[in-house]
Design a protein around this ligand. Structure first.
Ligand code: NAP
Length: 248
């Protein structure tokens, strides 16, 4: 059974990792998918072809989610090409890890800009068309780190905690227009982002996971599929943690 037939989705940062898994899952369920990347053009075009082969409309856009103007232009281009936006998944994100004592102002600002301001930029861009449709599902990718903090990630934790406050506010403002806004907070998911982590740190994290395994992009994508679909029609302002039970 396909859950998203007739829907159009925007997924930011889908050239790799979790975003790619989400774009795939939404397309498998019949959604037309517009997705963005920052620099991985080859990977993005490969995914575009892969999604088109599933029989949906799909297009890759090079667009920096942290840039307000680019986010507006992207949304205009998608509306022109696809006609509407029903689902927005704000997934683009980066890390610039360091202990606070060594964290530079640039690394703090950049993580807030890419992870948090991007969510404002894109949400702002889609809100008017969604209000006109009187329907929409906005899914913001947070992190368990935004809930419990993490040594060496004060900038990242602040950006992800900010996403939760932002999403709950949007859910309250736009619920009356049938626009829902939820957060998916992944735990430890194996992607290029986590591949940079030290082996020892990895092993320590795994020990803390009740399900005793790291997550996959598909694990996160399944949660997004649910929140994108009408099966979650009465769910808004929530944080859905996808972490094998690590944080409870
Ligand atoms: P990843 O493998 O590093 O992929 C990041 C993706 O975001 C890439 O497609 C990248 O595009 C894109 N991107 C980065 N900056 C961008 C920008 N300014 N504008 C547009 N796209 C941009 O990361 P990931 O592990 O899949 O993480 C995806 C999301 O999940 C992030 O928000 C992350 O914080 C969150 N998350 C991840 C984990 C985990 O364990 N992996 C856990 C919790 C939360 P290019 O390829 O062009 O650079």
């Amino acid at each position: 059974m396909k859950l998203l037939e007739g829907k159009t989705a925007i997924v930011t940062g889908a050239s790799r990792g979790i975003g790619k898994g989400i774009a795939r899952k939404l397309a498998e369920h019949g959604a037309d998918v517009a997705f963005t990347y920052r620099s991985s053009q080859k990977a993005a075009l490969e995914l575009e072809h892969e999604l088109q082969a599933l029989g949906v409309k799909a297009k890759a856009y090079r667009s920096d989610a942290s840039d307000y103007e680019q986010a507006q232009q992207l949304t205009e281009a998608v509306l022109k090409e696809f006609g509407k936006v029903d689902i927005l998944v704000n997934n683009a994100g980066i890390t610039r890890d360091n202990l606070l004592l060594r964290m530079s102002e640039e690394d703090f600002d950049e993580v807030i800009r890419v992870n948090l301001k991007s969510v404002f930029n894109m949400t702002k861009a889609v809100v008017r068309p969604m209000m006109k449709q009187r329907a929409g599902s906005i899914i913001n990718i947070g992190s368990v780190v935004g809930i419990r903090g993490n040594a060496g990630q004060a900038n990242y934790a602040a950006s992800k905690a900010g996403i939760i406050g932002f999403s709950k506010s949007v859910a309250q403002e736009l619920g009356s227009r049938n626009i829902r806004c939820n957060v998916v907070a992944p735990g430890f998911i194996e992607t290029e982002m986590t591949a940079r982590l030290d082996e020892k740190v990895l092993e320590e994290w795994k020990k803390q996971i009740p399900l005793r395994r790291t997550g996959t992009p598909e694990d996160v994508a399944h949660a997004c599929l649910f929140l994108a679909s009408d099966w979650s029609a009465y769910i808004t302002g929530q944080v859905l943690v996808v972490d094998g039970g690590m944080v409870m």
